[in-house]
Design a protein around this ligand. Structure first.
Ligand code: SF4
Length: 316
């Protein structure tokens, strides 16, 4: 859960998950849709799918016990270099080099690495391996991550308090903030789209399930157009799911990892349910329970600003 996301945003989700599915067996046996619903709003939805697949594999191929080596852990869905090393070091006391963004910052400063990220990653990994002790590697990994999070901060690091300040080359050069050197960021392309919030007389909203492939797969959404960079009719009102008096409710912007989406939201009331045979009508008070990703919550809230305040359940 914590990949790409802050502890603050994750806390409530983590507690809910571990309460609902307290063991790896329970998670493996859970319904996919229930998991997506519980994850809704947390973003990066492939993590939820991988978590489920991972639990299934741990149960079916490892008797419900996680393997202890980083190499075996890395074979599980959703577990890459960082997570496999972190689990192996912290849970199984293996001397693995754990490198997250905080450790990258500490190590590039300690050794004044002038190669820009991400090219510097192999060098950072090698140097972290070299300083990882055989004794208590899990504590070392956590200490390095905490050092980066609390002392060796991106701006104004507290070098006077740092236990490594005698060895730090960036400090010796009086320029810790220069590190890590980063390659210039590429601009995110912009994609356009339309979303249609159809409200029936009873206040329910028309939803449908996204496809099993691509972005936000299997999540819930309001009907909408394709998302692309063209303004040729494929991303505007002409993509409406049925004929109605659609009112323009404004444009919302959502940032995905690889593009920025500008979604024009259209809203209609008194939608005739008989016109629709795809999807389902979700009662207003049930919307917060649907597997709606944040972008869809934003779209619905553009048309109906108070809808998620019903029962006070609007998350993110
Ligand atoms: S001395 Fe300063 S720059 Fe160097 S590792 Fe410590 S906090 Fe970071």
């Amino acid at each position: 859960m914590l990949q790409q996301t802050t502890v603050e945003a994750v806390k409530a989700y983590f507690l809910k998950f571990t309460k609902t599915w307290p063991t790896v067996d329970a998670l493996a046996a859970a319904d996919d849709d229930d998991i997506m619903r519980a994850w809704a709003g947390l973003g990066y939805y492939s993590r939820a799918r991988n978590l489920k697949k991972c639990a299934e594999l741990v149960v079916s191929e490892h008797d419900g016990l996680f393997p202890a080596s980083a190499a075996e852990l890395k074979k599980l869905p959703g577990i890459g270099d960082y997570t496999s090393a972190a689990i192996a070091a912290i849970a199984f006391n293996q001397p693995e080099a754990v490198v997250d963004g905080n450790v990258e910052r500490v190590v590039t400063r300690l050794y004044a690495i002038t190669t820009a990220l991400p090219q510097a990653k192999p060098q950072i990994r090698e140097l972290t391996e070299a300083i990882t002790p055989v004794d208590r590697p899990g504590d070392f990994a956590q200490a390095m991550m905490d050092l980066g999070a609390t002392i060796c901060t991106p701006k104004r690091p507290a070098c006077a308090l740092c236990p490594l300040n005698d060895f730090c080359l960036a400090l010796k050069d009086h320029d810790p903030e220069h590190f890590p050197v980063k390659a210039p960021k590429k601009e995110r392309p912009v994609r356009l789209g339309a979303a249609f919030v159809a409200e029936a007389d009873d206040g329910s909203i028309l939803l449908r399930k996204r496809t099993e492939k691509g972005l936000l797969q299997n999540m819930a959404e309001v009907p909408g157009s394709v998302w692309n960079s063209r303004m040729d009719g494929s991303t505007d009102l002409s993509a409406a799911p049925f004929h109605a008096n659609w009112r323009n409710a404004g444009i919302i912007t959502h940032i995905f990892t690889h593009f920025e989406l500008h979604l024009t939201v259209y809203h209609t009331t008194s939608a005739d349910k008989r016109q629709v045979n795809d999807g389902w009508w979700s009662a207003a008070e049930m919307l917060a329970e649907e597997a709606l990703p944040t972008v869809m919550k934003k779209a619905i809230a553009a048309a109906l600003p108070d809808i998620f305040k019903i029962k006070g359940k609007f998350r993110r």
